[in-house]
Design a protein. Structure first.
Length: 352
């Protein structure tokens, strides 16, 4: 027979005592930045065998932003998004204690983008953590920042998602099903510790590595004799590869599961949601989820029409735009949900 754990009641007591002093984390500012360069479906028609009709019908996307290599980097787009978030939070950058940076497209192979952002913001010395969970990256990052705040380790944390996907897209006919979807941009949130009973209520993180190769960029991988070779450069393994149908089928199931998980954990029902902000993967996926939860149009925020799928940046860009448009108000119950490469999926409920 298994004996009782030695920490028994003592552990419970410590937990109760700690619970009294546990902080919550609130989002006090959101910001975003997208490259100026607008790429319309008509522009894509000129470089690959596609049509505006196909792209709009299958994805909902009308235009997207692709970076300008002369101007935009993953870290400088993140810096702009963070500055906007800090300004809206009315918080001096020097008050930031920690950075959590979600990206799968860092400027360098290493170090990660977090330290570059930290340098650009003049925050040398504070910790900077990099998260590589693709489309779920922002919610993973939010979850980590939330834990650091709950434990009392940090008070103000920058949570960022920034991506440049357009440089890894196969823009030939062969890669058209993915290259019409993915795009570039950055979004950020300032998280602050609060004693108030609101903020991030919960986060829910999942992954299933069985599907790692259904959406991935294989190279430059480290587990071969040389990272770069003539043969590799001649191939397509540096490009984003996606098994779109498989991703789609899993996405619609996981989105619903993880939203339900968040609602159940907090004792809410779908009617309590004021705004659902799904990762902007494909408008058809968002519409499918909206239908499943029977949510009216005004309770689901989509901007994929203008920005495409910006991976880890999509949720914070959407959150920032929703806030700007007055669609997020004090006291609202906001639900974030994401699905993507890994596969990974995640959700969060936030009392704003
Ligand atoms: O961020 C999370 C990760 N990503 C996603 O969530 C994306 C999930 N998947 C999808 O959104 C969809 O699977 C796609 C938009 C990628 C593809 O849409 P689909 O409705 O699943 O199309 P399909 O791949 O089954 O292709 C249907 C047809 C094919 O032609 P045939 O074989 O029926 O003659 C494709 O060759 O559409 C063709 N096609 C295109 N035609 C014009 C594929 N891409 C294009 C294109 N333009 N860009």
């Amino acid at each position: 027979m298994l004996s009782e754990p030695p920490y028994g009641n003592g552990y419970e007591l410590t937990r109760e005592l700690k619970a009294e002093s546990v902080k919550k984390s609130r989002i006090i500012g959101v910001g975003h930045y997208v490259p100026e360069n607008i790429v319309t479906n008509a522009d894509l028609e000129k470089v690959m065998n596609t049509t505006n009709e196909w792209i709009v019908e299958r994805t909902g996307i009308e235009e997207r932003r692709w970076f300008d290599p002369e101007k935009d980097t993953v870290s400088n787009m993140a810096t702009k998004a963070c500055k906007m978030a800090l300004e809206r939070a009315k918080l001096d950058v020097k008050e930031i204690d920690f950075i959590v940076f979600a990206t799968i497209t860092p400027d360098y192979f290493f170090p990660g983008a977090g330290v570059l952002l930290q340098r650009e913001l003049g925050l040398q010395g504070i910790g900077a953590l990099d998260i590589r969970n693709a489309c779920s990256g922002f919610i993973y990052a939010l979850s980590i920042a939330d834990q650091f705040i709950k434990t009392g380790m940090y008070k103000n944390i920058l949570v960022v998602g920034s991506e440049i996907q357009s440089s890894a897209l196969d823009k030939s006919d062969e890669g058209r099903s993915s290259s019409v979807i993915f795009a570039d941009g950055a979004g950020a949130a300032v998280l602050q510790a609060t004693d108030e009973d609101r903020g991030v209520l919960s986060t829910h993180l999942h992954a299933d590595g069985d599907f790692a190769e259904d959406l991935y960029v294989r190279d430059p991988g480290s587990s071969r004799k040389t990272r770069l070779s003539k043969e590799l450069l001649d191939g397509k393994t540096f490009n984003l590869t996606m098994n779109g149908n498989t991703v789609f089928k899993h996405a619609v199931v996981r989105f619903s599961e993880v939203i339900n998980e968040a609602l159940e954990q907090n004792g809410y029902t779908k009617e309590d949601i004021d705004l659902l902000i799904p990762h902007q993967a494909n408008l058809r996926i968002s519409n499918f989820v909206q239908k499943q939860f029977k949510l009216p149009d005004e309770k689901v925020f989509n901007n994929i029409m203008h920005y495409g799928n910006t991976t880890a940046a999509s949720i914070p860009i959407a959150m920032s735009e929703a806030w700007e448009k007055g669609k997020i108000k004090e006291g609202d119950l906001i639900c974030l949900a994401a699905f993507g490469s890994g596969f990974t999926w995640a959700s969060s409920l936030i009392r704003w």
